[in-house]
Design a protein around this ligand. Structure first.
Ligand SMILES: Cc1cc2nc3c(=O)[nH]c(=O)nc-3n(C[C@H](O)[C@H](O)[C@H](O)COP(=O)(O)OP(=O)(O)OC[C@H]3O[C@@H](n4cnc5c(N)ncnc54)[C@H](O)[C@@H]3O)c2cc1C
Length: 284
């Protein structure tokens, strides 16, 4: 039986400015930032986080709750922008439709009104629904600490199951997407126990540039981290059919059996998704 984390064992710091937040993180590298809390609260409820220090970011909404177009045609999604902010944004609807689709099937409306995309990225879950989409759109994370900022491609961010390259002193301040070059051949598929409000057994996002010169394909719940299947993308760009592409994809994924599904089922689903994706590209 799980015991809830005793709230009296927790310490919560509340910065009022970004500078304060970064100073607190530098002073407490083990502290857990809290954005929407939709993951953190579940972990607390499971008794997994006794004696922890937290940094609640909610007072930074003025600076960090934004979805803003950039001068080079990209977009910046602030660390406190939630799913509803993203899926209702006219620019996102026009240029990054897979973000709308993935945000729409992440949790229920309550989760979408509270959970952030940055929280979805930072928690490191291989089942996170927006991460394959962000990878397909070549997302870059802005990491900051008291010494400055660095930009890291999302496909280089994860190092293992729930492991990232983030330093204990850093916070993610935003996700940046470059100008969308994939229109209109875009694809998203979440396979769960039901279409929404279920954690994915397999989730996939993909697309190609006009003329099929370049493909992008990213997968969740089929490896210790969300992955871009770079070799499969290359094979497809060289004109491979579904059978040939599957032979390559098989070498890039390593699904396991867990409480949500079996490795065998996940492999079968990946193959069907790959076929559907290829069919979708040829009719788009
Ligand atoms: C009922 C329910 C249904 C859900 N359904 C789905 C689903 O369908 N698909 C899905 O992918 N997820 C789902 N989730 C998981 C969760 O809602 C998402 O992962 C959400 O995006 C987390 O965002 P948050 O702002 O609530 O993060 P938090 O819980 O606040 O934080 C999550 C993690 O990110 C870290 N973090 C947050 N902000 C920062 C920052 N700025 N810098 C560095 N680290 C940071 C935290 O320390 C923590 O490790 C569900 C959760 C619940 C409770």
């Amino acid at each position: 039986m799980n015991t809830r984390t005793n709230i009296n064992t927790l310490k919560c710091l509340v910065p009022f400015t970004i500078a304060e937040a970064l100073e607190m993180k530098a002073a407490h590298p083990d502290a857990f930032p809290i954005a929407g809390g939709t993951d953190v609260m579940v972990w607390m409820n499971d008794g997994k986080m006794p004696g922890r220090t937290y940094i609640s970011l909610h007072r930074l909404a003025g600076e960090w709750r934004h979805v803003t177009g950039t001068s080079d045609g990209g977009i910046s999604i602030g660390a406190l922008a939630n799913y509803t902010d993203v899926r209702m944004n006219p620019l996102v609807i026009e240029r990054w439709p897979l973000l709308v689709e993935s945000a729409r099937v992440t949790g229920a409306l309550q989760i979408q009104n509270r959970g952030t995309l940055v929280g979805n990225v930072a928690n490191g879950s291989p089942a996170a629904d927006t991460v394959p989409v962000l990878m397909v759109y070549d997302a870059v994370l802005v990491l900051a600490n008291t010494k400055g900022e660095r930009r890291v491609p999302l496909s280089d961010f994860y190092t293992g199951y729930r492991q990232t390259i983030m330093d204990g002193s850093e916070l993610i301040t935003a996700i940046e997407l470059p100008h969308a070059a994939l229109q209109p051949n875009q694809y998203f598929r979440k396979v769960g126990t039901r279409e929404a409000q279920a954690i994915s057994k397999v989730v996939c996002a993909g697309g190609s540039t006009p003329g099929g010169k370049q493909f992008r394909l990213a997968w969740g719940s089929v490896a210790p981290t969300t992955i871009r299947s770079f070799k499969t993308e290359e094979t497809l760009a060289n004109g491979a059919d579904a059978e040939e592409a599957w032979e390559v994809l098989k070498t890039e994924i390593s699904p396991i059996s867990d409480i949500r599904s079996t490795a065998e089922y996940r492999l079968r689903v990946c193959r069907r998704i790959l076929e559907e994706f290829i069919g979708h590209q040829s009719v788009s």
